[in-house]
Design a protein. Structure first.
Length: 267
C-alpha cells in the first residue's frame, strides 16, 4: 500500500491573508494552546473546546461582522479569555488577531514576544516601546548558527563531502525568489491532493503538525482535510498533532510518536 507523509504543510495560501475569515479560525486553537501550555503540559485533546468554538460560535460571530457590536464584543472577550491577551487590546482589534499581532500582544505586559515557528518559545522584544512590530523569531533565528555548524560538520567530517560554495540554512535569497502567486491565484496544493487520492485509491496520507506552530497552524490543515470527498476516509487520511512547533520532531517524545505513525503507515 502506498503512503505519503507531509510535515507541517500549508495547503492553501488563499486562507492566510487579506480579508479571509478562516485565517482567524485556523490560528485560534494554536494561540489558545500557547496560553494553556504556560500553565502546564497540553495536548490537542485539551483543545477540543477551542476547536468546537472556532468552527462554531467564533466563526458565526466573525461572519456577522464588526457592524454587529454585540457579536464583536462577545467574540473579542472570548478570544481574550482563551489566548491570555489583554481584553482591552482584544476589543480594540475586534478579536481578530493575525499571527504577528498575537506574537506581540501575548507577552507584551512582560516585554516579550512569542516565536512564529514555535509560539511556546518566548524572547525579549527588542523594541518594547515601539508602536510597530520590529522583531525576529526567538524560536528560529537563534538556531541558525548551531544548525548550520552541525550540517557543515556532518557533511565535511562524517560524510567526507566538501562541495564548493557555502551552506545557508533558510537561505534568504531562495525565500525571496519563491513564487507565492499574484492577485486571485495564490498557491495551493489541496486540489492536487484531491486528484492524487482519487487516482490512487490505495494511497494513504499522514499529515504531521506541531501544536504551537503559528507558521502553519494545524487547525488550518484540519479544515482543509475536512473538505475532502468521502473517498478520503479517516482510514486513508490522518492528521496527527504533537507538542512542539514547526519542527515538532525536535522534541524526542513527539519525534518518537511520529516515527511510530510513519512505520504503521508504511506497513
Amino acid at each position: 500500500m502506498n503512503g505519503l507523509i507531509l510535515v507541517s504543510p500549508l495547503f492553501d495560501f488563499r486562507e492566510y491573508g487579506g480579508s479571509s475569515l478562516l485565517q482567524y479560525v485556523a490560528s485560534l486553537p494554536t494561540m489558545a494552546a500557547v496560553a494553556r501550555q504556560a500553565k502546564g503540559a497540553v495536548t490537542r485533546t485539551d483543545l477540543a473546546d477551542v476547536e468546537a468554538y472556532a468552527r462554531g460560535e467564533f466563526l458565526a460571530d466573525l461572519v456577522k461582522g464588526q457592524a454587529d457590536s454585540q457579536a464583536t464584543t462577545r467574540l473579542a472577550d472570548r478570544v481574550a479569555a482563551l489566548t491570555g491577551v489583554d481584553p482591552a487590546t482584544s476589543r480594540r482589534l475586534a478579536g481578530r488577531f493575525d499571527v504577528s499581532e498575537f506574537r506581540r500582544e501575548y507577552g507584551r505586559r512582560d516585554g516579550k514576544i512569542t516565536g512564529r515557528y514555535d509560539a511556546s518559545v518566548l524572547g525579549l522584544d527588542p523594541n518594547p516601546d515601539s508602536s510597530s512590530s520590529h522583531f525576529d523569531d526567538p524560536s528560529g533565528d537563534p538556531l541558525i548558527a548551531p544548525l548550520t555548524s552541525a550540517v557543515v560538520d556532518l557533511t565535511t567530517r562524517t560524510l567526507n563531502w566538501r562541495p564548493d560554495g557555502a551552506y545557508h540554512l533558510l537561505n534568504g535569497s531562495v525565500g525571496r525568489a519563491w513564487d507565492f502567486g499574484r492577485g486571485t491565484n495564490p498557491p495551493q496544493s489541496i486540489s492536487q491532493l484531491r486528484e492524487i487520492l482519487a487516482f490512487d485509491p490505495k494511497l494513504r496520507l499522514l499529515v504531521g503538525h506541531g501544536l504551537f506552530d503559528l507558521a502553519t497552524p494545524y487547525f488550518g490543515s484540519q479544515i482543509q482535510l475536512d473538505q475532502l470527498p468521502a473517498y478520503a476516509s479517516p482510514e486513508r487520511v490522518k492528521l496527527v498533532v504533537y507538542p512542539g512547533g514547526h519542527m515538532f520532531y525536535f522534541r524526542q517524545p513527539s519525534r518518537q510518536a511520529f516515527r511510530s505513525e510513519a512505520e504503521t503507515l508504511m506497513k
